[in-house]
Design a protein around this ligand. Structure first.
Ligand code: SF4
Length: 335
């Protein structure tokens, strides 16, 4: 637009840090520039079409993304999760779980979103827009953590996710430290290495199986990136000292929750700085799996702990509001 470069920083700060809703508010820009911006651009916001409140404090946000300029309409979800992960951790946390794609093409068999297939990749504004809406809904409580664990595989939408991470962590943006952001992936091995080299975020790898045949069955992506290569990529990551990789493991009754699975998991993770997050399966209609009984989950955890692996159990949240990822969007699709 022929403006000096520092104007870009001013405008970005108005859009993201000060969360202006009109160009008119941008008081350090000349009146003429504000008028040109208003004529040529739209200051769009993502507003939830629906908010579901759970009795346990979890709030699920549903967004309808309109079709425009060659992109399809889509429905996506975010979840606000007030959290005390560990009983010994008294700090209040408010985590926002966001989506990186509408639907997902990875086909994990225990996931409701997989049933939708991939609708489309989200653009950076649609990823950041979920955070902005989450901040507004949570106010005056501040978000403490962001996790990319909603709909979609973040590393299958690498460029827009990376741009969103830059905006979320920038001083002119949301100033959220990368240490408080976790990106969860099924393990697209080359992109895992790139993500850690290019951003300082925490990594969570969804594993959920301990042999290739078992993982091929539960997570078809394993046929492209089998366990050995994935774990090698994790071993070679330039992890800062004291940082650990989280491995997520969805426990499915009779599928992957035996003592032998726990022992194999110990062997697979040997030599890695890890913590394991055990996730009780959140059932959805037609899933074809059952959640592991509580006693089995505790036994699985005990085996990991006995071998020196920190293992926590993620408590299922918001079951009364269809909080299994993808359920709400499937029930209320975009027009
Ligand atoms: S678990 Fe994640 S990667 Fe797998 S299908 Fe569901 S949304 Fe996609």
């Amino acid at each position: 637009m022929g403006e000096p470069p520092y104007r870009a920083a001013q405008i970005l700060a108005w859009v993201h840090r000060k969360r202006a809703v009109t160009f008119e508010e941008m008081s350090n820009l000349s009146r003429a520039l504000r008028a040109r911006l208003a004529a040529d651009f739209v200051l769009a916001r993502l507003e939830p079409a629906f908010v579901a409140d759970s009795a346990d404090g979890t709030r699920k946000l549903l967004f309808h993304l309109p079709a425009e300029r060659g992109v399809r309409a889509a429905a996506i979800e975010s979840v606000l999760i007030p959290q005390v992960d560990r009983p010994d951790d008294a700090r209040d946390r408010l985590t926002l779980c966001i989506s990186s794609q509408a639907g997902c093409g990875m086909g994990c068999r225990f996931c409701a979103t997989a049933r939708m297939g991939l609708v489309r990749n989200l653009r950076p504004a649609e990823i950041v827009g979920q955070v902005r809406a989450g901040i507004a809904l949570a106010a005056p409580t501040a978000l403490t953590n962001i996790v990319f664990m909603g709909m979609g595989e973040p590393l299958a939408n690498y460029g827009p996710v990376k741009t969103a991470l830059e905006i979320l962590s920038a001083e002119w943006g949301y100033a959220i430290s990368p240490r408080r952001i976790t990106v969860s992936t099924v393990g697209l091995a080359p992109a895992v290495s790139r993500l850690i080299a290019e951003t300082g975020v925490n990594l969570a790898v969804s594993l959920s199986a301990t042999t290739d045949p078992q993982r091929d069955r539960l997570m078809p992506v394993n046929r492209r990136f089998p366990l050995a290569g994935l774990l090698r990529a994790c071993r070679e990551l330039p992890l800062p000292r004291r940082k650990r990789i989280t491995f997520e493991y969805v426990l499915l009754a009779g599928e992957n929750d035996a003592d032998a699975d726990a022992r194999r998991l110990v062997r697979l993770l040997h030599g890695l700085r890890v913590k394991v997050n055990l996730i009780p399966f959140n059932p959805f209609p037609g899933a074809g799996f059952a959640a592991s009984p509580r006693a089995r989950i505790l036994r699985f955890q005990a085996i990991l702990r006995a071998h020196g692996i920190g293992a926590t159990i993620r408590e299922s949240r918001g079951q009364d509001i269809q909080a299994a990822c993808g359920q709400l969007a499937a029930a209320r699709p975009a027009a």
